[in-house]
Design a binder for this molecule. Sequence first.
Ligand code: ZN
Length: 99
Amino acid sequence: MLLIHCPYCDETLPELEFAYAGEAHIERPKDPSALSDEEWRDFLFIRTNPKGTHYERWRHVHGCARYFNAARDTVSDKFLTTYRAGEARPDLDRKEAAE
Ligand SMILES: [Zn+2]
């Protein structure tokens, strides 16, 4: 069973408590009307889909109902860390290099 840590409740709970909410750290364009159709398409649909560390949004739907971010390894399906929405993306390369 996949376990996820909610950074607001400070509890680690089964995946069933949570809902995936897409890739994290995608900033909405300040002036969408200035974008070309291709740029708008890319904003809406194009995602990095990496093999390895993926930064994604999750929502604790059956708990505090808040959105938060997580770094998950798409190869092992293990969560590397979770952090509150609005916090900077953690520098996991530095952490891995120190280990
Ligand atoms: Zn929570």
